[in-house]
Ligand binder design. Structure first.
Ligand code: 5CA
Ligand code: ZN
Length: 423
């Protein structure tokens, strides 16, 4: 599926440092790999039933910093993102609003594309919607078939469709002894969080409450695909992401990411699927998660209705670059609350940078470039990088120290290439 158009990334002198990232499973900073390895990144994409809010934007701008830091360090990057266009929430919304689910998904994905373009987020190399792909996967590639896991357990009841003797298919998590080692939750907590995030722990006939759905047999009124020996139906959420990552990124996902709300069950389950499909103990090297953006005291979410939409802020006159600066003012890993005052502060900051960078000369830019590189390599510390740009801008406007011809140009290129902010 087409993604969106890529912004220019200006070239910079020298190169960036090895990026260290917080790994959720290890609870520690971990170095990413060297320049001789292609970086493989999978970031969980939107469920396209509502417009992009600042929480989503925060997540994708956060991973955009990672891609930019890797490119600056001289690494090749293969970046994959999905669109969850086959899953209960989207189908339910389409049903409630009397919309065709495909039209709903396409229209919301289009809005997402335009928000990402406005925010100068680099597009993924592969932008994958399971509705377009799944049809052929089970047959063409056994590694991506829900029938491939030796763990698949058909449930005899609850099916519909053309061969009702075939039931829904669940993974048997007991064959994966490493399941549950990433999220650091107690068994009863796992069941609780699973139930709150699309899981069905109480479904009768499952081997274990936590076993996730791999293939859901056709229900009346739901879209379905030919699943080969599984009959007609649709894939479960976790296997979708596992298959897309496995198909496009090969044997190792260097970084699997998303917001913190995906740590469990989604990323624990999808890694477990990859482990079994690939027969390898560690298919994901680093699990990396962004914090949650809130508004009016709650996590911003479609279900709570407290959304601040990027498109609405821009329509109301906000400069998309100020929105981006406002996101980068918070470390990707922290939880924070959107306020209008925060956006106003980001607008002032952008204005300061623009005034300072408009001149022909200013304080030397190389030390700033080095500071920004160091901040990004240290777990994408954007607040530190922004503070360094502030210091340079204030010194430039005050005319402090030796004035170097062309320094503002290198600052503009640094801020653009590494922070994605066009001045
Ligand atoms: N389609 C699935 C992932 S496969 C999904 O979680 N979709 S989503 O539309 O709900 O969220 C898209 C991305 O934004 C996910 O990475 C999610 O973790 C992140 N996200 C959702 N809400 C917030 C929030 N309030 N703050 C920060 N990130 C958020
Ligand atoms: Zn996902």
């Amino acid at each position: 599926m087409h993604s969106w158009s890529a912004p220019d990334v200006p070239s910079l002198p020298g190169h960036g440092l090895t990026v260290h990232l917080h790994d959720t499973a290890a609870g520690a900073l971990t170095p990413t790999r060297g320049t001789d390895e292609t970086a493989t990144l999978y970031v969980c994409g939107i469920t396209p039933y509502d417009a992009t809010h600042l929480g989503h934007a925060n997540t994708y701008v956060g991973f955009d910093l990672l891609v930019r830091a890797w490119l600056d360090a001289g690494r090749k990057v293969t970046y994959v993102q999905n669109v969850t266009d086959v899953d209960d929430p989207l189908l339910e919304r389409a049903e409630q609003t009397g919309t065709d689910w495909r039209e709903l998904a396409e229209s919301q994905t289009d809005l997402f594309r335009s928000d990402m373009t406005a925010l100068r987020v680099l597009p993924p190399d592969h932008y994958v919607a399971p509705s377009r792909r799944w049809i052929s996967w089970p047959r063409r590639s056994s590694a991506c078939s829900p029938t491939a896991p030796p763990t698949a357990v058909p449930l005899p009841e609850g099916a519909g469709g053309d061969t009702p003797e075939l039931g829904d298919v669940y993974a048997d998590l007991s064959v994966d002894p490493l399941f549950g080692t990433g999220a650091h939750l107690q068994p009863d907590q796992m069941i609780e969080v699973f139930a709150e995030n699309g899981g069905d722990p109480d479904r009768q006939g499952k081997r274990h409450a936590l076993d996730p759905l791999l293939w859901r047999r056709t229900r009346v009124g739901e879209p379905d695909w030919d699943g080969g020996s599984l009959g007609r139906g649709r894939p479960g959420w976790h296997i979708e992401c596992a298959c897309i990552a496995g198909k496009h990124l090969g044997s190792l996902v260097e970084v699997q990411g998303g917001g913190r709300d995906l740590i469990f069950p989604h990323h624990e389950m999808s890694e477990s699927h990859l482990r079994v499909l690939r027969d390898t103990p560690a298919p994901v090297m680093i699990h990396n998660h962004g914090g949650m953006v809130g508004h009016e005291g709650e996590k911003m979410s479609k279900s709570l209705g407290n959304l601040v939409l990027v498109s609405e802020l821009v329509a109301a006159g906000a400069d998309p670059m100020a929105v981006r600066v406002g996101l980068l003012a918070h470390h990707y890993h922290s939880d924070w609350e959107y306020t209008d005052a925060g956006l106003a502060a980001a607008t002032d900051r952008l204005d300061l940078w623009r005034r300072a960078a408009a001149g022909e000369s200013g304080p030397a830019a190389e030390p700033l470039l080095q500071q920004v590189r160091e901040a990004l390599a240290d777990d994408l510390d954007s607040p530190r990088a922004l503070a360094a740009v502030d210091d340079w801008a204030r010194a430039a406007l005050a005319g402090d120290g030796e004035q170097v011809q062309g320094a503002p140009d290198l600052v503009r290129r640094t801020v653009d290439a590494l922070l994605g902010v066009a001045l």
